[in-house]
Write a protein that binds this ligand. Structure first.
Ligand SMILES: NC(=O)c1ccc[n+]([C@@H]2O[C@H](COP(=O)([O-])OP(=O)(O)OC[C@H]3O[C@@H](n4cnc5c(N)ncnc54)[C@H](O)[C@@H]3O)[C@@H](O)[C@H]2O)c1
Length: 347
C-alpha cells in the first residue's frame, strides 16, 4: 500500500484524487494546493487523509511514498525535481515538462534514485486507444498510410501554454504508441486569435521515417467538440470518435486498388466498400488504469506503460512544433538515435 501526495486540485486534480482514494493499492491521499478554496472543495468531497497549502509538508512526510503533480505546466519541473530529490516516486501530468532538457533531467534523477517516473498520457490507457493499437499491430488495416486527428472545442483557453502544449500531447502520445515510432519532420502553423502570444489554433503535420504521414489539428476556437481520429491503411480504414458512447471505434473494409491496365483505356482503379465493424471495447475508466499502473510499479518495482521517455518524446515534438509555428511553418527535423536508459532499473 502506498500513501500519495497530490499537488494541484484545480480542474483535473480531483479526478486523480478520486481514482487514488478508490484504489486498493493506496492507503491515504494528502492533497496540496495554494488555494484554500480548492482544499475546502476536496475536503468536502473526498475522504482524504489531509490537506496543506505547503508542498514542502508533503515532501517532509516520510510516510508519503509518491507525489502526483497536477499543476500548470510552468510548475511541473520544479515540483517534480523537488519530489524526486526528496526520494518520492513521481507522476507528472502531461505535458511532462516545458523543455526536453528538463524532461531529461527528471528521467536521470529518477534513474539515479531508482524511483518511478510516470507521465499522465491518459489516452494511452483508454480501452479504445489500446484496441486501435492492437488492430494496427495485427495488420488488419494493412500498411498504415496516414493518420488524421482533430481535437477541437470552444475553450478552455489556458493562461500559461498554447493549444499545442495543452491539447496536442494527447494525439501525439496516441499516434507514437500506435506506430511505435516518432516523426522525423514536424511542420506547424497556427495563430493566436484571442490571447496575444498564445496560439489557440494549430495545424501540425508529422512525417515518420516509415513513410506514414499524420496531421493533428488542435483548437480552443471551434463551435463543436470534436475528438476524431482517422487511420487509413492499405487494406482497411479506421475511425475513432471519442465523443461517441457506443461504437467509439469503427473499422471500414474500404479501400482502393490500382491495377496495371492490360489494354489502353481500361479502368485502372477498383474501389471496395465492405462491412463496417465496431470492435467490442473493455469498459473501464482510463484514469483508473493509469493510477493503478503507477501504484503497481511503485509496489512491484515495475516500469510504467508511460514512463519518462514517453513523456520526453512528446515534449521533443511539442518543442519542434512550437519552433516551426513561430517560424511560419518552417520544417523542423528530428533524429531519434539516442537509445533511452530505462527509468526504472528492474522491470
Ligand atoms: N491527462 C489529462 O487528460 C488532463 C486533462 C486536463 C488537464 N491535464 C493536466 O493537468 C494539469 C493541471 O491542469 P488543470 O486544468 O487542472 O489546471 P488548473 O489551473 O485548473 O489547476 C491547477 C491547480 O494547481 C494549483 N497550483 C498551482 N501551482 C501550485 C503549487 N506550486 N503548489 C500547489 N498548488 C499549485 C492551483 O492553485 C490550481 O488549483 C496540467 O498539466 C494539464 O495539462 C491533464
Amino acid at each position: 500500500m502506498s500513501k500519495v501526495g497530490v499537488v494541484g486540485c484545480g480542474y483535473w486534480g480531483p479526478n486523480l484524487i478520486r481514482n487514488l482514494v478508490e484504489n486498493r493499492r493506496c492507503d491515504g491521499v494528502v492533497v496540496c494546493d495554494l488555494e484554500e478554496s480548492r482544499l475546502d472543495y476536496v475536503r468536502q468531497r473526498y475522504p482524504v487523509a489531509g490537506t496543506t497549502p505547503d508542498f514542502q509538508e508533503i515532501l517532509n512526510d516520510a510516510g508519503i511514498d509518491a507525489v502526483v503533480i497536477a499543476t500548470p505546466l510552468s510548475t511541473h519541473f520544479e515540483l517534480a525535481q523537488r519530489a524526486l530529490k526528496a526520494g518520492k516516486h513521481v507522476f507528472v501530468e502531461k505535458p511532462f515538462a516545458h523543455t526536453s532538457a528538463q524532461a531529461q533531467t527528471l528521467i536521470d534523477l529518477a534513474h539515479a534514485s531508482e524511483r518511478v517516473i510516470m507521465v499522465g498520457h491518459t489516452f494511452e490507457y483508454s480501452p479504445a486507444v489500446r484496441k486501435i493499437g492492437e488492430v494496427i499491430r495485427s495488420g488488419e488495416l494493412g500498411d498504415v498510410y496516414y493518420i488524421s486527428s482533430t481535437r477541437v472545442n470552444l475553450g478552455l483557453h489556458q493562461k500559461d501554454v498554447s493549444v499545442v502544449w495543452d491539447l496536442a500531447p494527447h494525439d501525439l502520445s496516441m499516434i507514437f504508441a500506435w506506430l511505435g515510432e516518432q516523426p522525423v519532420q514536424v511542420v506547424a502553423v497556427g495563430r493566436d486569435y484571442v490571447q496575444p502570444g498564445l496560439p489557440d489554433v494549430a495545424f501540425i503535420d508529422l512525417t515518420f521515417g516509415s513513410g506514414v504521414l499524420a496531421h493533428v489539428q488542435v483548437s480552443w476556437l471551434s463551435p463543436s467538440k470534436l475528438r476524431n481520429t482517422t487511420v487509413v491503411g492499405s487494406r482497411k480504414m479506421l475511425v475513432y470518435d471519442d465523443t461517441e458512447h457506443l461504437e467509439k471505434v469503427k473499422i471500414f473494409d474500404k479501400g482502393v486498388s490500382y491495377r496495371d491496365p492490360e489494354t489502353f483505356g481500361e479502368y485502372q482503379l477498383s474501389y471496395r466498400a465492405g462491412d463496417i465493424v465496431s470492435p467490442k471495447l473493455d469498459s473501464y475508466e482510463p484514469l483508473q488504469a493509469e493510477v493503478d499502473d503507477f501504484l503497481r510499479c511503485i509496489q512491484e518495482n515495475g516500469r510504467p506503460g508511460v514512463d519518462g521517455h514517453s513523456g520526453l518524446r512528446v515534449v521533443r515534438v511539442l518543442e519542434a512544433a512550437e519552433r516551426s509555428l513561430l517560424n511560419g511553418g518552417r520544417p523542423e527535423t528530428l533524429s531519434w538515435d539516442a537509445s533511452p536508459a530505462p527509468s526504472r532499473v528492474k522491470v
